[in-house]
Design a protein around this ligand. Structure first.
Ligand SMILES: *Cc1c(COP(=O)(O)O)cnc(C)c1O
Length: 360
């Protein structure tokens, strides 16, 4: 069967080269005589895989020495609790920006453990922009400041990071990690579920500045304490071994393509093909304030709900799948992560032109 162009927001497309390499190695990895799925996480051969994954990630993201990389489970959603449980070490206060459903979930989870100051929100217009931030509303004694760098459901992204001074900046980068050049040193902590831009579901990557480790609240369970995983090189218990292996292949793929600078260039090119088309269309409409448009998730609508439905149905029949918008916002959403080739975006635009001609 032919592969489709999969515009899913996550789990999402993986590079074909990665899948093919994994296929070749599926039954017997190297000369181990077994699948990576069957290996002990304590074996020498697996140790090379997990250490290798970390090394390539450090290389492509240029992660400074004083940061730990942790390979965890539980998804980004577990980080909503793990971040406050570990970072509430003084005032037990934190500042959050509410830019959508994932921010809201992070906020409500953090509220269980301390005082949350929501410094700004874009809820008034269904989160179709990133709110301007006023430094005078920031808590100077906050233990951390939390943002969602890219808002998967609404298709917005920060174009400028908040200046939080000495307060560590924490970012949920689930849907934009590896999509563009990132200065890790600007953050105290970065977390991301792997299933959007790094690999299969089951793996969560945390990049944390070392001085933020080791101050967890007493109530933090062992498994939700960053120190547990940092002290054991992410091998305190069985990590998601196969997901880490695939992520390693994805990191190597990113590196082979020229790294994050090249990813950023291609992603900008892909996004602008779609945005330029939307901007020049009298039929389709992008739903996000242009300044804050995401490079990864691009929501748009036709003139009516009926046409939106018809669009999704006919696109699917043409091998352009998972274009239905999130159930809370409707319309369409094209998620075009690193693995989506330029040809996929061009095929989508060609289909959009044809659909418009037939339905306007
Ligand atoms: C998908 C997503 C999440 C949820 O991730 P899980 O791994 O399913 O818990 C959180 N934040 C953002 C920005 C996301 O895109």
């Amino acid at each position: 069967m032919d592969r489709v162009y999969n515009f899913s927001a996550g789990p999402s497309m993986l590079p074909l080269e990665v899948l093919e390499k994994a296929q070749k190695e599926l039954v017997a990895f190297g000369d181990s005589g077994m699948s990576v799925m069957e290996m002990s996480h304590r074996s020498k051969v697996y140790d090379e895989i997990i250490k290798g994954a970390e090394a390539v990630l450090r290389d492509i993201m240029n992660i400074p020495e004083n940061y730990k990389v942790l390979f965890l489970q539980g998804g980004a959603s577990t980080q909503f609790a793990m971040v406050p449980l570990n970072l509430f070490r003084n005032s037990k206060k934190a500042d959050y920006v509410n830019t959508g459903q994932w921010s809201k979930k992070a906020i409500s989870e953090a509220k269980r453990y301390g005082t949350i100051n929501v410094v700004a929100s874009s809820e008034d217009t269904t989160f179709n922009y990133i709110p301007e931030l006023d430094k005078s509303t920031f808590s100077s004694d906050a233990d951390y400041f939390h943002i969602t760098s890219n808002n998967t459901i609404y298709g917005t992204r920060y174009i400028e990071l908040p200046d939080t001074g000495d307060v560590p900046l924490v970012s949920d980068m689930s849907s934009c990690i590896l999509s563009e050049v990132c200065d890790v040193s600007k953050f105290g902590l970065i977390y991301a579920g792997a299933q959007k831009n790094m690999g299969p579901a089951g793996l969560t990557v945390v990049i944390i500045r070392e001085d933020l480790i080791g101050h967890a609240m007493d109530i933090a369970p062992t498994m939700l304490n960053y120190k547990t995983h940092a002290d054991n090189d992410s091998l305190y218990n069985t990590p998601p071994t196969y997901s880490i292996y695939i992520a390693k292949l994805v990191f190597e793929w990113v590196k082979s393509k020229g790294g994050l600078a090249e990813m950023e260039k291609i992603n900008k090119e892909k996004a602008s093909i779609l945005y330029d088309f939307l901007d020049n269309s009298g039929f389709y409409k992008g739903t996000v304030v242009p300044k804050y448009r995401s490079l990864m998730n691009i929501p748009f609508v036709t003139p009516s709900k009926e046409l939106d439905e018809k669009f999704v149905k006919e696109a699917t029949a043409k091998g352009l799948v998972n274009l239905k918008g999130h159930r809370t916002v409707g319309g369409m959403r094209a998620s075009i992560y690193n693995a989506m080739p330029v040809e996929g975006v061009k095929a989508l635009v060609d289909f959009m032109k044809k659909f418009e001609m037939e339905n306007r």
